[in-house]
Design a protein around this ligand. Structure first.
Ligand SMILES: Cc1cc2nc3c(=O)[nH]c(=O)nc-3n(C[C@H](O)[C@H](O)[C@H](O)COP(=O)(O)O)c2cc1C
Length: 224
């Protein structure tokens, strides 16, 4: 039987606009906790919080367009200090217009020391189009001296074009899944499924086992 004298410590930093990444991160953290890993979680909060839903199609189009150009969303200071001894940092959040979201971009700009010299596992919540988000994030992490791992990608499992339309209308404030909506016939559920949330918890347990055995393998990915 092995004995672990030093607890394994994981820092999770995440942003979530419409709640999907929050649940994924909560379940992942719970899986890590099940296996005795010490987890410190911090949600990244924009200085000027974005209302969810935005409440209008115009505001939704504007957010999508500005995000396309990687507009930063300044963030509140974090509790966590630079230089703490984390065995792993997990960075979670949504894809916005094929990109890293504005609050995470601000975090990368303002707190590179949280990532430098560390393995950083990315968790991505998206409707399905995440590859350029990951390419950019991986490059940014490498440039700041981190070791990017993953990503753990959770997409919305609905069929196109409804998942794209569904997300758009949901953000605009028109709940397409509500039974009174004409779209509800095609779009029954916003976001991830209970099975995906369960998979996040399982991944937390698997991750804990890897952390106890040594470094996380570079091919530790999840793309269902
Ligand atoms: C402004 C904006 C742009 C988005 N652009 C994309 C995109 O390019 N690709 C994609 O797969 N999902 C996109 N989405 C959908 C989100 O990534 C998806 O709904 C995710 O599950 C939300 O996670 P959250 O609830 O943690 O914010 C976008 C959402 C928003 C709000």
């Amino acid at each position: 039987m092995s004995v672990y004298l030093k607890p394994i410590r994981v820092l999770i930093l995440y942003y979530s606009y419409s709640g999907q990444s929050s649940v994924l991160v909560r379940r992942l953290a719970s899986g890590l906790g099940d296996e005795g890993v010490v987890v410190h979680q911090e949600r990244i909060c924009p200085l000027h919080p974005l209302r969810f839903p935005l409440g209008s199609i115009l505001k939704t189009v504007r957010l999508m367009l500005t995000t396309l150009f990687r507009r930063r969303h300044p963030i509140e200071p974090l509790e966590v200090a630079d230089g703490e001894p984390w065995d792993l940092v997990i960075l979670g959040g949504p894809t916005w217009s094929w990109n890293v979201s504005g609050p995470i971009l601000s975090l990368l700009d303002s707190r590179p020391q949280l990532f430098r010299g560390r393995p950083v596992l990315a968790l991505i919540s998206c409707r399905g189009y995440w590859s350029s988000h990951w390419r950019y994030l991986r490059r940014r992490l490498e440039r700041m001296g981190a070791t990017p791992l993953g990503p753990l990608v959770f997409d919305h499992p609905q069929a196109e074009p409804w998942r794209t339309l569904g997300v758009f209308f949901k953000i605009a404030g028109i709940a397409p899944e509500r039974s009174s909506s004409p779209l509800s016939h095609f779009y029954r559920h916003f976001g991830h499924t209970p099975e995906q949330f369960e998979a996040a918890q399982q991944l937390g347990r698997q991750l804990a086992a890897h952390l106890k055995a040594g470094p996380i393998p570079p091919d530790f990915k999840y793309t269902p």
